[in-house]
Structures are given as structure tokens and as C-alpha cells.
Design a protein around this ligand. Structure first.
Ligand SMILES: NC(=O)c1ccc[n+]([C@@H]2O[C@H](COP(=O)([O-])OP(=O)(O)OC[C@H]3O[C@@H](n4cnc5c(N)ncnc54)[C@H](OP(=O)(O)O)[C@@H]3O)[C@@H](O)[C@H]2O)c1
Length: 339
């Protein structure tokens, strides 16, 4: 069946997946029999467009790249009307993450699933705040709710536990879930203060003007919640995860760790212990011999403690246009294979 794809949000990730789908159309068809059209896009900045037979993606990428509004296939349909009443079979929710309320993404996802449309998303809001509810809604409507991109962008994490690691019992997942803070800790080891490093991270575009979500650990906490609920069926709320960021780490702390052959990392973890699930986000001194200690810069990494393979560590990008776009592709392919 030819998938009719819709995009909610045409920012970095929306454009990343659009470029991938534009450039790999023949390959994806030949290799996986995956046929598709992007038929709808709803974006605050560029407008709502709909063409049941397929949009002019090269033109839209050019216009968005020039910060111009869309001009072709414009529709008067409001976003939720488009979500419900277009011929889209799978919606990609790629608007901004709001870890307090979920933002408009919650309505987007609920409306799509209720209308019998699959949802693929890299938006942590619906996944961290309401995963069990969204999954139930998807199951009731016979569609998929896929969220690989919410943790470590396209680096396989969620689908890894469900696919290649299925059958292994996972007792602990721990690692570096936030690239911005890992970059900052890496640079602080070179002798700079927290404030100096934060300024550079903001100049390089790693940290936002308001860095709170990263440096206080809230972004990592959202990801820990997702992992706890999906991999370990923990049934926890985001506020149940104890959370401490890196704002209090000083150059003295960095020196202290170095002298002991250790290195500070902001570690998010989920562990099954004594019949309970324990979660946390906090800076930890990791021995330099541990695989996570060698992960420097804006990279993410997770170690899975398994009963049959021992520790399995995966290292890869945690952000980026194509890197996160790939997470959307991988979930689209899953939907294609399983629907
Ligand atoms: N970028 C990454 O590397 C990365 C990695 C992992 C996960 N993610 C997640 O993926 C999602 C997309 O990220 P992004 O980097 O692509 O964000 P982005 O560049 O900010 O793009 C989001 C787009 O959605 C539009 N938008 C906002 N609210 C909307 C609404 N209610 N309806 C329609 N469009 C709306 C925005 O328009 P305005 O600009 O006018 O608001 C913007 O064009 C986010 O949830 C993010 O946390 C991103």
C-alpha cells in the first residue's frame, strides 16, 4: 500500500525527513517496496498545504530554506481538520517539545490516532507525558504510535530493545542522553568555567538562549521517563524521576574527578532492583575505563545491562537534521512493513 505521509512541523526535522524521502525514493522502493507521497504539511511558519496526490517537496524545501511562505497547494483546512479529514495514512509529529503540557502535539497525536492514522514522532512531549494513553489509543484504532526519535535521535534505542534485543531481559539502561551537557562537560575538562562553556555552547547553537531544559537535566528526564515506561513498563510520571543537572559542577569538581581517574557525565538511568524501578538523572563520576567515559562532545550513548549479552553499549548522534530525520524514516519503514 502506498503510504500518504503528512508532516506537522516543517522545521529542522520536518525538512530532514523531507530531504531523505526526496533523495531515497527509488532506493526505498527497490529495497523495501516502500512507496509514498508527502501529501500534507501543517506548519505555523510556512502555512498549511495539501495535495492528495503529492506535494511539490523540492519547491517547499527551497521556500522554507529562503524563509518564504509556501505558495503552492495552500489549503484553508485548519490543522486538526487536516489531520482528521485528509487522505494522510501516517502523520509525522515534528512540532516543538513541551515537557510541561505536551503543547499542541498532544492534540495532533490524539486526533490522528483517533482518526485511524499512524503517528511517528521525535517530539518527547506526548511520549514522556502520555505514552500509555497514546499507545492504548493507537491499539484501539489498529494503528502504530512510533517514537524512536524521542531518545538519541536516529541512534537506535527504542526499536533496538523491541527488535534485536527482544528476548533479553534488560535490568538497567544508563547513559548520556543530552548532547549539550556532554559537550559542556567535555569542554570544561579543558579548563573553562561553566559560564564560559555555556556561552560557547550557545554561540555554536548546541544550547538554546534559555538553556534550562538541558543544563537542569529536564530533557534527559523526559527521555528517562520514556525508556522507563516503554522498556520496563514502569508506569511513571516525568515528575517521579529525581533530577539534578550540571549547573553546580565547578572546575574543582572536574579536577577532583581527574585525579581519581574519572570523568563527570550527566547520567540518566532506569534500573530494575529489588522488584522496583529506580530512575534518576544526575552528574556522576564515571571511571575512564567505562565505555561511557570515552563519549565526548555532543554525542549520546546508552549501556543496556542484559541477562544474555551482559552490557551492550550503543553510541551515536543525539540530534541533527538528517540524524533525527532518519529516526522518522526508520519508524515509517516499520509502519510500512507492519500495516
Ligand atoms: N532537531 C533535532 O536535532 C531534534 C532531535 C531529537 C528530537 N527533536 C524533536 O523533534 C521535534 C522537531 O524538532 P525541530 O528541531 O525540527 O524543531 P523546529 O526546527 O523548531 O521546527 C518546528 C516547526 O514546527 C512549527 N510549529 C510549531 N508549532 C506548530 C503547530 N502548532 N502547528 C504546526 N506547526 C508548528 C514551527 O513553526 P514556528 O517556528 O513558527 O514556531 C517550526 O517550523 C521537536 O519536538 C524536537 O524536540 C529534534
Amino acid at each position: 500500500m502506498k503510504q500518504k505521509i503528512g508532516l506537522l512541523g516543517f522545521g529542522t526535522v520536518g525538512r530532514g525527513i523531507s530531504e531523505i524521502l526526496r533523495d531515497k525514493k527509488d532506493y526505498l522502493n527497490k529495497k523495501y517496496g516502500f512507496e509514498y507521497d508527502i501529501v500534507a504539511v501543517a506548519d505555523f511558519a510556512f502555512g498549511n498545504v495539501y495535495n492528495p496526490n503529492g506535494l511539490d517537496i523540492p519547491l517547499m524545501l527551497e521556500q522554507a530554506g529562503n524563509k518564504e511562505k509556501f505558495t503552492k497547494d495552500l489549503t484553508n483546512m485548519e490543522t486538526l481538520d487536516l489531520v482528521k479529514n485528509s487522505n494522510v495514512s501516517v502523520w509525522c509529529e515534528l512540532t516543538f517539545t513541551d515537557l510541561n503540557t505536551g503543547g499542541p502535539a498532544i492534540d495532533h497525536v490524539k486526533t490522528a490516532l483517533s482518526a485511524g492514522k499512524h503517528v511517528v514522532t521525535s517530539n518527547k512531549g506526548p511520549a514522556a507525558l502520555l505514552y500509555p494513553e497514546m499507545k492504548k489509543l493507537a491499539d484501539e484504532n489498529g494503528v502504530k504510535f512510533m517514537i524512536e526519535g524521542t531518545v538519541c535521535a536516529g541512534t537506535p534505542v527504542i526499536n533496538l530493545t523491541d527488535g534485536p534485543l527482544a528476548g533479553c531481559e534488560i535490568s538497567k539502561i544508563s547513559g548520556i542522553l543530552n548532547g549539550t551537557t556532554n559537550y559542556m562537560l567535555t569542554e570544561m575538562e579543558k579548563g573553562m568555567s561553566y559560564d564560559e562553556v555555556l556561552k560557547i555552547a550557545q554561540e555554536k547553537g548546541y544550547a538554546e538562549a534559555d538553556p534550562t531544559g538541558d543544563v537542569e537535566g529536564y530533557d534527559a528526564r523526559g527521555k528517562v521517563t520514556i525508556l522507563a515506561n516503554i522498556v520496563m513498563d514502569a508506569g511513571i510520571k516525568i515528575t517521579d524521576v529525581p533530577c539534578q543537572g550540571i549547573t553546580n559542577i565547578t572546575p574543582d569538581d572536574i579536577d577532583f574527578a581527574k585525579k581519581q581517574g574519572k570523568r563527570w557525565k550527566l547520567i540518566g538511568s532506569v534500573e530494575k532492583r529489588d522488584g522496583k524501578i529506580h530512575t534518576s538523572v544526575a552528574p556522576e563520576m564515571v571511571d575512564v575505563s567505562h565505555p561511557l567515559a570515552g563519549v565526548m562532545g555532543a554525542t549520546n550513548a546508552l549501556t543496556f545491562a542484559t541477562d544474555m549479552l551482559g552490557d551492550v553499549t550503543i553510541v551515536g548522534p543525539g540530534a541533527g537534521k538528517i540524524e533525527t530525520g532518519f529516526s522518522i524514516l526508520t519508524d515509517l519503514l516499520y509502519v510500512h512493513r507492519n500495516s
